[in-house]
Design a binder for this molecule. Structure first.
Ligand SMILES: O=C[C@H](O)COP(=O)(O)O
Ligand SMILES: CC(=O)C(=O)O
Length: 206
């Protein structure tokens, strides 16, 4: 997983996006890249998601292509077939982690407790998602969970906004944070790519 971690270092925020229209995927990815963010996490929460993910893959933009809300074997298989760069899970079960291992796709498994974090260390991971970060106690909880687990790096996600990013990035175990505000629903619906580029620039400057 170290490779993936290295690729995400220096990216302040991985935009988490739930697409309603697959046709928006490529212009969105280009808008993020124009703002200096070379990664995206598209969630598998809509019908449009897989077509959007395929469109970004086929466009060969060089953006780090992540897929979120991966919660079953079918999702993992689809990600492996498309050849995405990484999988993100909101939470992780033994069945799911086995499917991910068998598919051989890099992943950032979601955890919210110390026990789950230890289970991911057991499974061979050194980089996990802390989700839902703010609802789970935010930075205070993240520091407490990570305290004894010095080998673990984190991508906190959930409830993190522009004002909170810097304080998360200042935690030494945090590599990057996930958040939906960079490519928010309003700007996506309006196809306001310039506004999304501007949000990305701001996120990268924090
Ligand atoms: O499900 C929530 C997303 O992963 C992150 O969204 P949020 O940044 O709006 O909390
Ligand atoms: C929350 C998130 O990033 C996911 O659904 O995987």
């Amino acid at each position: 997983m170290t490779n993936l971690l290295k690729k995400l270092e220096g990216i302040n925020v991985v935009p988490v996006v739930t697409l309603d229209n697959a046709k928006d995927a490529v212009p969105l990815a280009i808008a993020l890249q124009a703002g200096g963010i070379n990664a995206i996490e598209l969630t598998l929460r809509t019908e449009a998601a897989l077509d959007g993910i395929r469109a970004i893959k086929d466009a060969n933009l060089g953006i780090l292509l992540g897929v979120g809300t991966v919660i079953n074997k079918g999702h993992v298989k689809a990600c492996a077939e498309i050849g995405v760069d990484f999988i993100v899970t909101p939470g992780t079960t033994p069945t799911l982690i086995k499917a991910i291992a068998e598919a051989g796709v890099p992943a950032i498994p979601g955890i919210s407790t110390t026990g789950e974090a230890v289970a991911m260390i057991e499974a061979g991971y050194d980089f996990v998602k802390f989700f839902p970060a703010e609802a789970n106690g935010g930075i205070k909880a993240l520091r407490a969970i990570g305290g004894p687990l010095t080998q673990l790096k984190f991508m906190p996600t959930g409830g993190i906004n522009q004002g909170l990013v810097r304080s998360y990035l200042d935690v030494s175990s945090v590599v990057t944070v996930g958040g939906s505000w960079v490519a928010d629903k309003g700007n996506l619906a309006d196809k306001n790519w310039d506004a999304i580029t501007e949000n990305a620039k701001i996120a990268q400057s924090l």
